[in-house]
Write a protein that binds this ligand. Structure first.
Ligand code: N01
Length: 653
């Protein structure tokens, strides 16, 4: 709906309008009011009471809240009555002030672009790439193969369709969703606020909670795929096995394998990888693993027929998956042994289990700009705010345990919170506090974790696992008899795109270039020698300070489509990043990473490869990465070949 349609709709039922505005969140309401009226004085009145972008960080007095709510109802009714056009974009200075009040901090100009991308004012997708002179005819003869129909692949399909570039998606599963389709473990959910962990171009007013369960996220991805009509472009149950670049033809030749074992070939111009990095389960090399006789499975391949009730279960691993599984199954199992190799930092979040009220959901759907401000506030709250505190201060005295004053303060606060939780269990306290600085490994949300550890039927085992036997896990010389084993042991993330065999110019494969675990790409997206190959969630693009992988995907996708626009409009065949900028970018990444927490010597994590290089994470703030990828740095690319008259069959699309 346009803002005009929204006000007319909202004003139709005055009683509902008053009631919902009476209960919805005050700061997004305030922003809607300022935007509808253009009156800045409300900002000045509220500014002193907003300390941050989470809603619990505002203390706007009740009488001021009443005034904002009453005036907003009046503004909506008057806009509906006089039918005047509503201005989508506030003037730049007013917008800067609004952003400052909304997030409780003055943001620099560099955030204006992110704001435009994320807020979608008036339903406009500001990341959308437009053809410069209308869609060129040669776009008909172009074909993109997208690997995977997870969050990135579905977005890629939607955006390629919108641009009118033919494509086909190859998906190994029978449905869309990627990791959200594959993971079905008990307690599955997201720990990034889902109003931000969703496409900016497809806001969802219906999220039932701030941090949705896995099934709701999967339903959202399915809904987006259906709404945009992309299912008919997806070849389900077909896995991409290999792809090689045919230099004579300037084409990618893709081989896929169906569930029936039959191989297929697709010839295409460009390859988009939405394969992700968290979908090849890693089982630990523990002696005797195969000798176990009971059910044993990875968290990402949960045995749906397994009923944990009354069983003795071993859970190996306490990462983001493990911390969701244990609290969910502990109440029903007979005994749960949790094997922890090293502790994670675990933090409480006041909204982690909170539902979104019906008034807020109504406001998102019916009050102009409300949803945009709601999203932007969450974007800021969950992203760059912490970044500066994750850099090592070279003069810091407590280098082993923290990085700088702010990080140290956070450490102390976390220890205080854990100590409170485990005050009556000093044995657990000693095992629960990590020695490395907060944020070194992925920060985990407290999902009743410490309470779970204290249960009578739960034991936290921190001795090294010696071996697995037919009916037990043996650790530190002690046998723990179990009926089932859950491996919450993570993924082969560093082995990016494995086990696919992707070969570029000269038959060189990504494995030749990257080795087993040292992936690199320009901006995490393009690789020299691999023309027209674009990676989403590629090297050094995982977000570990905060933020959302979906945000990065949308940045990468825009960049990839900008690159295709360059090739297609020029009537060329290929675009390929040059070696020098690729190397220079990776040097910049490594240089920036050296001072970030993830490089800390005391941390082991899936972010680092065997040599200790951080290959997974982005060292940048979200705003930096957005601004680096918002335009194509065309000078860093070679655009070659003429495709005139060389149309390929794109029947596959
Ligand atoms: O995997 P992990 P995950 N013996 O690699 C332990 C995303 N995600 O599936 O820390 C014993 O984090 C390992 O121990 P250690 C998110 O990005 C998000 O949990 O290496 N233990 C660790 O405890 C996340 O970061 C969400 O010492 C062994 C655990 O197994 C990523 O996915 C939910 C071992 C692995 O933890 C991966 O998370 C779930 C061995 N041989 C996942 N090998 C949400 O948004 C490994 N371990 C909520």
């Amino acid at each position: 709906m346009t803002p005009g349609e929204m006000v007319r709709e909202a004003a139709r039922d005055g009683k509902a309008l008053r009631q919902m505005v009476g209960d919805a969140e005050i700061v997004p309401l305030l922003m809607s009011l300022v935007q509808l009226t253009g009156r800045r004085e409300y900002l000045d009145l509220a500014r002193p009471y907003i300390a941050g972008a989470w809603h619990y960080l505002q203390t706007i007095p009740k009488d001021l809240q009443r005034r904002i709510r009453t005036d907003l109802v009046a503004a909506i009714e008057s806009a509906a009555d006089d039918g005047r056009a509503i201005v989508d974009q506030p003037a730049p200075e007013l917008l800067d002030d609004m952003i400052e009040v909304a997030v409780g901090r003055r943001l620099t100009d560099e955030y204006r672009g992110v704001f435009r991308d994320e807020t979608n004012f008036g339903g406009v997708d500001n990341r959308r790439v437009q053809w410069r002179h209308g869609r060129p005819k040669q776009a008909d003869d172009f074909l993109v193969v997208v690997i995977g129909a997870g969050f990135s692949g579905v977005a890629a399909a939607i955006k390629l369709k919108e641009a009118g570039i033919p494509f086909v998606v190859v998906e190994k599963n029978p449905d869309v969703g990627g990791t959200w389709f594959e993971n079905t473990y008990p307690g599955l959910g997201v720990d990034t606020p889902c109003h931000f962990y969703s496409y900016a171009f497809e806001p969802n007013a219906e999220w039932s909670s701030y941090f949705a369960e896995g099934s709701e996220i999967l339903a959202y991805i399915r809904k987006c795929a259906d709404k945009h009509g992309i299912r008919q472009h997806i070849r389900f149950n077909e896995e991409l096995v290999s792809a090689h670049f045919d230099e004579a033809a300037n084409r990618w030749v893709v081989r896929t394998r169906g569930k029936d074992g039959a191989d297929h070939e697709i010839v295409c111009n460009a390859l988009f990888s939405g394969a992700g990095i968290l979908n090849r389960p890693m089982l630990p090399n523990i002696p005797g693993r195969d000798s176990f006789r009971g059910p044993a499975f990875h968290s990402a391949a949960w045995d749906k027929g397994f009923d944990p009730a009354g069983k003795r279960v071993a859970q190996i691993g306490v990462g983001a998956s493990g911390i969701q599984i244990a609290p969910t199954i502990a109440p029903v199992v007979d005994q749960l042994y949790i094997f922890q190799r090293s502790p994670h930092w675990v933090i409480k979040h006041p909204l982690y289990h909170e539902n979104v009220s019906s008034a807020v959901r109504w406001a998102m759907a019916n009050i102009p700009f409300y949803a945009s401000w709601f999203r932007f506030r969450l974007f800021y709250a969950a992203s760059d705010g912490f970044h500066a505190t994750l850099k090592m201060d070279p003069d810091w005295k407590h280098k082993a345990e923290s990085l700088n004053e702010a990080n140290h303060k956070m450490r102390q606060e976390l220890i205080a919170a854990i100590s409170l939780e485990l005050a009556d269990r000093p044995d657990l306290l000693a095992k629960a506090i990590p020695s490395y600085p907060p944020f070194g490994k992925r920060m985990l949300r407290d999902n009743n974790w410490f309470r779970t550890l204290k249960r009578d039927n739960v034991e936290l085992v921190t001795e090294d696992i010696d071996r697995i036997e037919a009916d037990a896990v043996v650790a530190g010389g002690k046998r723990y008899p179990v009926d089932a084993i859950v491996y919450a042991t993570g993924f082969h993330a560093s082995r990016m795109l494995w086990p696919m065999d992707i070969r570029g110019r000269g038959g060189v494969s990504l494995r030749d270039l990257w080795g087993d675990d040292d992936p690199r790409a320009h901006l995490g997206i393009t690789v020299p020698g691999f023309p027209n190959l674009f990676l989403f969630y590629g090297p050094n693009t995982n977000l570990a300070h905060g933020g959302s992988a979906v945000f990065h995907s949308e940045c990468q996708l825009r960049y990839a489509i900008l690159a295709l626009r360059e090739v297609i409009e020029a009537g060329a065949s290929t675009i390929e990043v040059k070696k020098e900028p690729f190397e220079a970018y990776n040097e910049r990444v490594d240089e920036a990473m050296r001072s970030m927490v993830w490089s800390h010597g005391g941390v082991t994590s899936w972010y680092k490869n065997k040599k200790g290089r951080v290959t997974m994470n982005s060292p940048w703030r979200l705003v930096d990465y957005r601004n680096m990828t918002a335009e194509l740095d065309v000078e860093n690319y070679r655009i070659d070949g003429s495709d005139a008259g060389k149309a390929i069959s794109n029947e596959a699309a």
